[in-house]
Design a protein around this ligand. Structure first.
Ligand code: RFL
Ligand code: PHB
Length: 431
């Protein structure tokens, strides 16, 4: 790899120039403009990051802790990214990462530690005692809370996140990368040593790689999840994954007052066909299948439909572009792995950039894709397995339905099979 510039102190002189290039809303000391005149103001940083989801924000946080400058370019507003309703389950490793990097305070106060999950099928309920089986646990803490904590930490530390700044294209990836973006009605450029694309599946980073370089492995499912957030105290302490002849249902939560519930629906379903009463009726049918158990209902605050898909794009790097999170891999949410994988990717990248900037070592950067893909494929297999076990698959194939029942019964009665589920669900420390 050609040698990008080593850590510089250039960026410390950023504040005045930042105002000159019109970023008054972006507090931070991590832009490194080289200014000949106001007109020629150029933003420069060591690592340019596209996307302020969990991946991009955590990477910026980790780099800052290593003394490496970064700028995050985000197309949406701060308000939007802080309220986008998504994942809810943090693996033990993600919780450890947040705590070790100073982001554990609110997580420890508000996050809900769960030591088991329930599998519900054939009118029975079976608990998988995850902590008893693995010594580890998960924490229920909304993705938007992780995003809020990361944004606050970056801004408090003087970091730069440019909101409402859509990246339009990347150039110079072979030697001197530039992120071209729009901000406050102007075309802007961010010059950097490396670009990390954390801009999700619909972003611009992955498509910046020429055709033929990347290989895509993909599976789509003929169903989606209809998800609701309801102002109803959760009726249970642990998540319920329910297999029912009418389709899968999931009972989750966000706080002692707020439930998060999902229903399997056909892939092309229209949310307009699901008035609140129909949603509650279907949830009752699929979840109230064991004696003396009733759902707590309440006003529905939000609802939406998410298609399910599995996707991996390899390798996760090209020239000076590194890809992380949903930009290169997507899992169906059944295994609760998406956000956790995004965090695991950037933990690797944080170490790799630290090694590079410390002494020019390329070993970790060169190994990034290979190392990250081991965890990605483990999560792919687990998410596919959970999805196949729990959803209503092909209604015309009774053989498949019998296999599902056999799998559910086995995982509910065999300690070793349950341990396999549990160790994947809480997250394997090493893969
Ligand atoms: P994100 O969060 O999508 O962030 C990408 C960011 O990039 C921005 N962006 C751009 N910015 C600038 N210029 C451009 N041209 C841009 N194009 C895009 C976007 O605005 C956005 O802010 O990706 P990241 O960081 O990789 O994080 C991935 C996770 O968000 C995702 O994997 C999880 O939400 C998946 N997921 C779950 N993951 C879990 O670990 N546990 C769960 O329990 C879980 N449940 C879920 C889920 C996802 C769901 N949905 C809605 C897809 C449940 C659901 C229903
Ligand atoms: C959630 O709480 O949003 C959630 C929990 C478990 C999953 C997916 C989503 O598998």
């Amino acid at each position: 790899m050609a040698s990008p510039s080593r850590p510089s102190t250039e960026w410390k002189a950023a504040a005045a120039a930042r105002d000159a290039i019109g970023q008054a809303d972006a507090p931070g000391d991590e832009i490194a403009p080289t200014i000949a005149s106001v007109k020629e103001a150029r933003m420069r940083t060591q690592v340019g990051i596209v996307g302020a989801g969990p991946a991009g924000l955590m990477l910026s946080h980790l780099l800052h802790r290593q003394g490496i400058s970064s700028v995050v370019i985000e197309s949406r507003s701060r308000e939007y990214v802080e309220h986008r309703l998504r994942a809810g389950v943090l693996e033990q490793g993600s919780v450890d990462l947040l705590r070790e990097t100073g982001l554990g305070a609110r997580l420890d106060r508000e996050g809900m530690r769960h030591e088991g999950i329930e599998l519900r099928f054939d009118g029975e309920s079976h608990r998988v005692p995850m902590t008893e089986l693995t010594g580890r646990a998960i924490t229920v803490y909304g993705q938007q809370e992780v995003v809020k904590d990361l944004i606050a930490a970056r801004l408090d530390a003087g970091g730069t996140i440019l909101f409402e700044a859509p990246a339009e294209r990347l150039s110079g990836l072979d030697s001197a990368p530039v992120i071209h973006f729009r901000h406050q009605g102007r075309e802007e450029e961010l010059h950097c040593d490396f670009v990390v694309g954390c801009d999700g599946y619909h972003g611009i980073s992955r498509p910046a790689v020429p055709d033929g370089v990347l290989t895509t492995y993909e599976r789509t499912y003929p169903f989606a999840w209809l998800g609701v957030l309801a102002a109803a105290p959760p009726a249970v302490d642990e998540l319920i994954y329910a297999h029912h002849e009418r389709g899968f249902a999931l009972y989750s939560m966000r706080s002692p007052q707020i439930s998060r519930l999902y229903l399997q629906v056909p892939a092309d379903e229209d949310i307009a066909d699901w008035p609140d009463e129909r949603i509650w009726a279907e949830l009752r049918t699929r979840l109230e299948t064991v004696p003396n158990w009733t759902l707590n209902e309440g006003p529905i605050l939000e609802k939406g439909i998410t298609p399910l898909r599995s996707l991996v794009v390899e390798p996760m790097q090209w020239q000076r572009l590194y890809l992380a999170g949903d930009a290169v891999h997507i899992v169906p949410p059944t295994g609760a792995k998406g956000m956790n994988l995004a965090l695991a990717d950037v933990a690797l990248l944080g170490d790799a950039f630290a090694a590079w900037y410390a002494d020019g070592s390329t070993e970790l950067l060169d190994g990034y894709s290979r190392t990250a893909l081991r965890r990605v494929w483990r999560a792919q297999q687990f998410s596919w397995w959970m999805t196949s076990m729990l959803h209503r698959l092909n209604a015309d194939d009774p053989y498949e339905a019998k296999l599902q029942s056999a799998t559910l019964r086995y995982v509910s009665t065999s300690r070793s099979y349950a341990t396999s589920l549990a160790e994947n669900y809480v997250g394997l420390p090493q893969v």
